[in-house]
Design a binder for this molecule. Structure first.
Ligand code: ZN
Length: 420
């Protein structure tokens, strides 16, 4: 696959995945098309050596794996499906001052300011009761711009450029209609009907997120950049998904994309939950075999990395300041906020240098706190050798993030080669 096709596909994946549910659905579709057999956690598994499989949990996390006959030294790639956003509260309708607004709850470490004055839409999962007394759920994606969070005019806050702070309870409710006649249940039923879901006796609950309707796009004189919502971490989901679809059936590879990383991963479908461990136990029923496999395998935790910001260069350690389009970032933290160690780094660098793909090192400034991701969580739970890598990104956790148009393709080539 050439880089242009890779990147064009990335833009499509970003736009069609406004929530973890949609990202998981899209990846499941991709795996089914690529010949992976779907497994269900509630059914008995009868795995055939030489086969390849995928399984989802909570419609928001997914694992795909090959199951080769001989070699069991897996390369596992981990990413996360969730991104910071504004979620609707269970009773989401507010009416005041001549408009209808949504009551929202921030999800994850969200950068509020970029959400103002954006054309927002709504997507997620809706659960309902049908006329057969069955509880069902469906995904909706409104697509149309239906809401906006207007800024306060500068005339009403003269100190805004020096002192703006955002109150998460009172300042970020998007307006969606003038007047007060809006009926939320009718709106949801109409959206479900548009997806072919018409047999609804009662709406019970939903998990709906607002998202920016601006499409992912190339940016820059020479298209050096890609701007989009949810680059963190659909970028790595896309790399992992294409990597496992590109290797032969005899290459032991596993890909996991988990929900809830942005809130600490401690959930049934998060990397702190049992999804991966339970899947591996079903793949390797024999404890001896499972342990040998884990100790001879490698987990590549792929999440975004902070590129040095050209307007704020002092925020980086000068010797460990990744740049956009200069290659995959290897993340190191001696306090184990990242799980990379000299052995796993060497294994990764050896493959990268064999392909002439550059790598960069990232260490947070010693006087600043370090973020973390799923790498240390998985390493601790499973005892698997792990490396944390990432793609250089600016404006992480903004409603519109920025990455380079070379780096994801570079990671893809390295991961595919790691499996060989
Ligand atoms: Zn992330």
């Amino acid at each position: 696959m050439i880089k242009q096709d890779f990147n064009d596909g990335l833009l499509g994946f970003l736009d069609s995945s406004p929530t973890p549910f949609h990202a998981t659905q899209n990846m499941a579709g991709m795996f089914a098309n690529a010949g992976f057999t779907q497994l269900f956690e509630v059914q008995r598994w009868d795995l055939q050596e030489g086969g390849k499989y995928f399984v989802t949990r909570n419609d928001s996390s997914i694992i795909a794996f090959t199951y080769p006959r001989i070699n069991k030294n897996y390369v596992m790639v981990g990413a996360h499906t969730d991104s910071p956003n504004l979620k609707l509260k269970p009773n989401p309708i507010l009416k005041n001052d001549g408009v209808v607004k949504f009551a929202v709850e921030p999800y994850g470490g969200i950068l509020f300011n970029p959400w103002f004055d954006r054309d927002l839409s709504l997507a997620g999962r809706v659960s309902y009761l049908d006329s057969n007394n069955m509880i069902k759920d469906a995904l909706i994606d409104v697509k149309k711009a239906i809401a906006i969070i207007p800024s306060l005019a500068i005339h009403l806050d003269r100190e805004v450029n020096e002192k703006k702070s955002v109150n998460a309870q009172t300042d970020i409710s998007p307006v969606l209609a003038s007047g007060d006649s809006f009926n939320f249940d009718k709106f949801l039923k109409d959206e479900l009907a548009a997806c072919g879901v018409k047999d609804i006796v009662e709406l019970y609950a939903n998990e709906l997120s607002l998202y920016d309707t601006q499409k992912a796009s190339y940016v820059g004189i020479e298209n050096d950049f890609i701007a989009s919502a949810r680059l963190d971490n659909l970028l790595s989901c896309y790399v992992g998904m294409l990597s496992i679809c590109s290797v032969s059936d005899d290459t032991p590879m596993l890909f996991i994309a988990s929900d809830h990383e942005e809130v600490g991963s401690d959930s049934a479908s998060g990397a702190g939950g049992s999804f991966l461990e339970s899947t591996l136990k079903r793949m390797f029923g024999d404890f001896e075999e499972l342990t040998q496999m884990l100790r001879s395998s490698l987990f590549i935790s792929a999440d975004n990395a902070h590129s040095i910001h050209p307007n704020y260069p002092s925020k980086h350690d000068a010797n460990h300041a990744p740049q956009i389009n200069r290659g995959v970032v290897i993340k190191v933290n001696s306090n184990q906020r990242y799980a990379s160690n000299s052995k796993t780094i060497s294994r990764f660098m050896n493959v990268a240098s064999g392909l002439n793909e550059p790598t960069q090192n990232y260490v947070t400034r010693s006087d600043m706190g370090c973020g973390s991701t799923i790498g240390p969580i998985v390493a601790a739970k499973l005892g698997i050798d792990t490396i944390d890598v990432g793609l250089p990104t600016l404006a992480m956790h903004s409603v519109r993030e920025l990455c380079g148009s070379d780096d994801a393709y570079s990671l893809y080539k390295i991961v595919v080669e790691m499996g060989v």
